[in-house]
Ligand binder design. Structure first.
Ligand code: PLP
Length: 370
């Protein structure tokens, strides 16, 4: 099956094979392996040894977003959240339920937020300590560029939390060049193409250290994760880790490096997106975003208005042809969501387009090509 969803993504055979082992997390070899993974992840984020640290948690990306909000935004503090998609909606809920005050900056879901909009919102309310930004909005595929936004945040003396869950490993990010950033968040899955199960934050150590104990949660306290590493060692865990997924993640990092690192991965995903986008247009499917706003992670297409079309019917017809896409959508109008990330290539996208054409013909939405 060809998985074209924004996570858990298709993984390579090597990553899957690495799962077939039993591991004791406290075993000294594995502790070394885990400590090394933390260094490699920090380096990928542009972090500096002794200044930045990788602070992982067991679980999903949302756990990292909640942990970063709880750790860095003071209790009852205000956090500005530019909203142009469903992952910003989720961030708003996580902030509210953590007892922080989400301040929503409305942005159309068809474009990225502009630095000037963030600056104006921050200037209007000096009580806002943080901006929490979704880098690649997986709802529509739109990109919010953290560099100009971060610059505005820095100029106004505020802090930033970056949800880079569907961006990290492909889209550029350098925490050393963004000192306003308290945390960049991502997972073992998505663009790093590992197994799901581990969340990562890369943070300035001094910031995490001074925030320890203030999260209102032991599980989600990134300062406590740092404190444990500094007292018990960088290979230590507070709770049982997804040890096999971590072991496989080391292989996924090897493959990321062997491919040529972040730039090469971005180039492949961009090629995937372009093949898919132009092919879908040839099939009469209209993209949701303009080419200027189209990110390389997710392609969103309007559903055809033909009477024979249903999303579940389309998904089922594709599945019978070996291609799996999401059977739901996250836009205000009916859409089709296809992932361009994971261990997939432009040739896989061409296969998917053949399946899409056949599915549309089967549904009576499109006539057989002459
Ligand atoms: C996938 C994703 C997450 C986290 O999702 P989980 O299901 O919790 O792993 C968060 N933010 C964005 C933008 C994502 O794409």
């Amino acid at each position: 099956m060809l998985l074209l969803i924004p996570g858990p993504v298709q993984t390579s055979a090597e990553v899957k094979a690495a799962m077939g082992v039993d591991i004791a997390p406290w075993d000294l070899d594995f502790r070394r392996e885990y400590a090394r993974i933390r260094e490699r992840v920090r380096d990928l984020a542009g972090g500096v040894e002794g200044v930045h640290a990788t602070l992982p948690l067991q679980g999903a990306g949302h756990f990292m977003v909640e942990a970063a909000i709880r750790t860095f935004v003071p209790p009852a503090g205000k956090v500005l959240i530019p909203r142009n998609g469903t992952y910003a909606d989720r961030m708003i809920r996580l902030a509210r339920e953590a007892g922080r005050v989400p301040m929503v900056l409305e942005v159309p879901d068809t474009r990225g937020v502009r630095a000037g909009e963030v600056a104006a919102a921050l200037e209007a309310d000096p009580e806002i300590s943080h901006v929490s930004l979704v880098y690649s909005e997986t709802g529509s595929g739109v990109i919010n560029d953290p560099r100009p936004v971060g610059k505005a945040v820095r100029a106004l003396g505020r802090r930033m939390i970056l949800d880079a869950v569907s961006a990290f490993g492909a889209l550029p990010f350098d925490i050393a060049a963004q000192p306003e950033c308290d945390a960049v968040l991502f997972t073992s899955n998505k663009c790093l193409e590992g197994m799901p199960g581990i969340g990562f934050a890369v943070c300035p150590m001094e910031r995490a250290r001074e925030r320890a104990g203030l999260a209102g949660s032991w599980s989600f306290d990134l300062g406590d994760v740092l404190r444990t590493a500094e007292t018990a060692g960088w290979g230590s865990f507070r709770f049982t880790p997804a040890a096999q997924a971590l072991h496989a993640f080391g292989v996924a990092l090897d493959l990321h490096a062997a491919e040529g690192g972040r730039e090469a991965r971005l180039a492949r995903y961009t090629a995937n997106m372009r093949v898919l986008r132009s092919g879908a247009e040839r099939l009469g499917l209209r993209p949701y975003l303009t080419p200027e706003e189209q990110g390389p992670i997710i392609l969103t297409l309007h559903q055809p208005e033909a009477p024979g079309f249903t999303l579940q019917g389309f998904v089922d017809a594709l599945k019978r042809r070996g291609v799996l896409i999401s059977n739901f959508y996250n836009t205000p109008v009916p859409s089709i969501r296809i992932g361009c990330i994971g261990a997939v290539t432009p040739d896989d996208m061409r296969r998917a387009l053949v399946a899409m054409e056949a599915a549309l013909v089967e549904m009576g939405v499109r006539r057989e090509a002459a």
